[in-house]
Write a protein that binds this ligand. Structure first.
Ligand SMILES: *Cc1c(COP(=O)(O)O)cnc(C)c1O
Length: 369
């Protein structure tokens, strides 16, 4: 058999001819960035597609996170999860905010809302949960707590493109939600991101912030940054949008194959499907219980690599284990048992729209070797 490498993801690329047509338009009108025609069109189409009120496009998701905290003037301490991509916590650091890690829920692997109240101090100003792997957080419970203590909620929704719960887009929860359109995500603009918000004034504020604080040619209203999405990225986004629903259906088919192919293996488990959730199948995490499976997650990870299959241990190590954060008192592993367990057991398997059936079968076979 051919020994090509299979990676955890492979960015979806629309047909090149379609992108070339957009390039010709960009060359014809000469506008490369600064809220150009493709940028405006993509904001409009994303609002319709995602069922949201307002969106502000960004050059990447990390700058969207950093700017969201600026937009709400968050300071002091923010309660967040250690089980995420490191950018979640870095965005706090860049705003001089102290992250307070709390443990995760063992079923959803999202920040455990029952742990929030104990972590609140007079310095707490906000909660930053993550819809990990696109599984919605318990947004109702988080809202009850944030209302009670007058805290802001900023969702890192980098994994939650198009996810709905009981028909309601998760992007409409909290004060702000952040998307990432990085090449590895379900919907990509090479690099890119966005902030989703609920009113026009906030959208204006965020649009100012991502463009140096300029309101108009001669007015700077605040010290903003440069985090604008350019026209090439926006054109890519418009094309991705045409294909994203079909791609999610293809992803679901792969997830179904994994579930049926791996479901009977002792020691292998998956995340529960949550009733009422329309998923985007952005990741396919499996969890390895070393005792009943007979080898550890890392042994399996290496065995997969020997077979040219490159799963990823998202999220290992925990953010709280990294040197900028591991001295914080909330980073002590004994306070985060569920996060430590998930981090030690997880491996995300390859999932992308054109992953071949024979590759899926090869991956399943490797688990059984
Ligand atoms: C990808 C990702 C980000 C960062 O987004 P970029 O667009 O790569 O800057 C932030 N948070 C989470 C959870 C992510 O997966």
């Amino acid at each position: 058999m051919e020994n090509k490498n299979i990676y955890v993801t492979k960015p979806f690329l629309p047909p090149l001819e379609e992108f070339n047509q957009y390039l010709e338009q960009i060359w014809a009108n000469g506008q490369l960035t600064n809220n150009g025609p493709f940028h405006q069109k993509l904001e409009k189409e994303l609002c319709e597609h995602l069922g949201i009120e307002y969106i502000s496009l960004f050059s990447n998701g990390t700058l969207a996170l950093i700017t969201a905290l600026q937009a709400l003037k968050i300071s002091g301490e923010v309660i967040t999860t250690p089980f995420s991509f490191v950018a979640t916590t870095h965005s706090l650091w860049w705003n001089n905010i102290k992250p307070i890690f709390i443990d995760i829920d063992p079923v959803t692997l999202n920040l455990d809302p029952d742990k929030i109240e104990k972590a609140i101090t007079p310095a707490t100003t906000a909660i930053m949960p993550v819809h990990v792997y696109g599984t919605p957080c318990d947004t109702d419970k988080i809202k009850r707590i944030s209302d009670k203590y007058n805290l802001k909620v900023i969702y890192d929704a980098a994994h939650a493109f198009g996810v709905t719960k009981n028909g309601i887009p998760v992007l409409n929860q909290g004060d702000l939600s952040i998307l990432s359109f990085h090449a590895t995500k379900v919907f990509n603009t090479f690099e890119g991101g966005a902030i989703v918000c609920k009113d026009k004034q906030m959208k204006q504020h965020i649009d100012d912030l991502k463009n140096f604080g300029f309101r108009d040619e001669t007015t700077v209203v605040e010290p903003g940054i440069n985090a604008k999405m350019n026209e090439l990225q926006a054109a890519m986004g418009l094309l991705q949008l045409k294909y994203v629903d079909g791609n999610i259906i293809k992803r679901k088919a792969i997830a179904d194959k994994y579930r049926s192919g791996l479901g009977d293996i002792p020691g292998i488990s998956f995340l529960d499907e949550i009733e009422g959730v329309k998923h985007n199948y952005s990741y396919f995490p499996v969890f390895i219980d070393e005792n009943s499976y007979g080898r550890s997650r890392d042994e399996l990870y290496e065995e997969l690599k020997r077979n040219n299959i490159f799963g990823r241990r998202y999220f290992y190590p925990l953010i709280s284990m990294f040197s900028p954060y591991n001295k914080l008192s909330s980073a002590a592993p004994e306070l985060l048992p569920c996060a430590v367990k998930a981090s030690n057991e997880v491996i995300c398997l390859p999932i992308y729209p054109d992953l071949a059936n024979e590759d899926v079968l090869k991956i399943i076979k490797t688990f059984k070797q």
